[in-house]
Structure formats: C-alpha cells, structure tokens
Design a protein around this ligand. Structure first.
Ligand code: URA
Length: 216
C-alpha cells in the first residue's frame, strides 16, 4: 500500500464518533449524527488538495489581499448510492460551491462486483483539469465500486490526482485494489480495519452501513 496517498484521520473527534458508529447497539438516528461529525473532519482533510487564488477582502478596518479556494475550479461531491448519501449534507455545507453528482451501484453479492443502476453524469468538461471530485462511500471494502466511479470521472478527462475517495472505514484489500489501478488517487478515511470476510464485509467494520444508517 502506498501510504503517502492514504490519509487515516485519527482526530479524537473522529475516533469518538467512530466508536458510536461501530457499536451494534447504536440506533440509526445517532449513527447518522456521528457520521456527519466524521464527514466534517474528513472533508477538511480532503479539501487540502484544492488550489487557492488571491482575493481582496474589505474588513471593517481595512482592505487587504488574502487567499481563498480558487473560484475558477469546479468541485464535485459524488455520493455512491445509497450509503454514500450520508456524507452529502455535511460535505455540501462545507463546500457550498460544489455540485452533487449522485451515482448508483449495487453489489452483486455472489461475484462481489458492482452493478450500475444510476449514472446521469453527463459532464462535458471544457477544462477537465479544473475539476476536483470527492467520491463518497462510507465503506471501502473490495474497492470495486470506487474503481468504477473513478473510471467514470477519469473518462471525462479529469486528472486522477484531482479525484479523491472519501470513506469512513477502509479495508487494506480495497485500498490495494484501487491503488493497483490508480496509484495517484487520494484516499481519506477515518479508519483502516483488519480486512474482509468471505462475503466482502469489513472486519471489525460496522456491518451493513446502508442498512444501519437508513434503518432498513
Ligand atoms: N459494505 C458495507 O456496508 N459494509 C461492509 O462491511 C462492506 C461493504
């Protein structure tokens, strides 16, 4: 694993909320609140790759020049349905200029392969190098759906170094799989767990993230 490209955020706020998320007795309401808090921490980390531009600001005291996120870039937050939705509100509050591009894949439980069911990303990017994409999925398990999602944006001409994967719990097998295809991808996670079981679930993990978050 190229650990330079993988950032595991072990901020105490992340750790505390991760315990809440993992606990099998946590109800979906509390789990969603914990996920929002973790999302905030992860998005601050992920956004460190955004380019800056000078800006003039007039305070009540004087005018001065400082830096802000380059207004000429396009930011995409791309949740993989359905569990990736859990990031959306918090991430969009943190980066209000972002557009949200939902993509839908379910996992073929036998082959552990992703099957597309929703993709309306009709993006004809004129300056693809000015796009920055955050693909969100709480569980980086086999990595197969994330590879499909990265491929989607890469095929639009967006440089892989501008694409980030933001997840809550990652398995080493999934990270290795993604890095085999996309060594330059930035991966942000709250935890790196032991590995996958024979059904592709992360151990110790948190079980089925979508079911637990949406109380199904
Ligand atoms: N998806 C989940 O929801 N949980 C896992 O452990 C792996 C994939």
């Amino acid at each position: 694993m190229d650990s330079q490209k993988v950032k595991i955020n072990n901020n105490p706020i992340v750790l505390q909320n991760l315990v809440i998320m993992r606990d099998k007795n946590t109800c979906s309401h509390k789990l969603r609140i914990a996920a929002r808090k973790i999302t905030g921490c992860l998005m601050y980390e992920a956004a460190k790759n955004l380019p800056l531009a000078p800006v003039e600001v007039e305070t009540p005291m004087q005018t001065f020049t400082t830096k802000t996120i380059d207004p000429d870039i396009n930011i995409i937050i791309s949740p993989i349905l359905r569990a990736g939705l859990i990031f959306t509100d918090e991430a969009a509050d943190i980066l209000p200029q972002a557009c949200i591009r939902h993509i839908g894949m379910y996992r073929d439980e036998e082959k552990l392969k992703p099957v597309w069911y929703y993709n309306k990303v009709a993006l004809e990017a004129e300056n693809p190098e000015k796009y920055f994409v955050y693909i969100t999925d709480p569980m980086l398990a086999t990595g197969n759906s994330l590879i499909e999602a990265i491929k989607l944006y890469e095929q639009k001409g967006i440089p892989v170094k501008n694409i980030s994967v933001v997840c809550i719990i990652a398995a080493p097998e999934g990270i290795e799989n993604i890095q085999k295809h996309y060594p330059d991808i930035q991966i942000i996670a709250a935890a790196l767990d032991k590995g996958l079981n024979e059904k592709g679930y992360i151990l110790p993990g948190m079980g089925d993230a979508g079911d637990r978050m949406f109380n199904t």
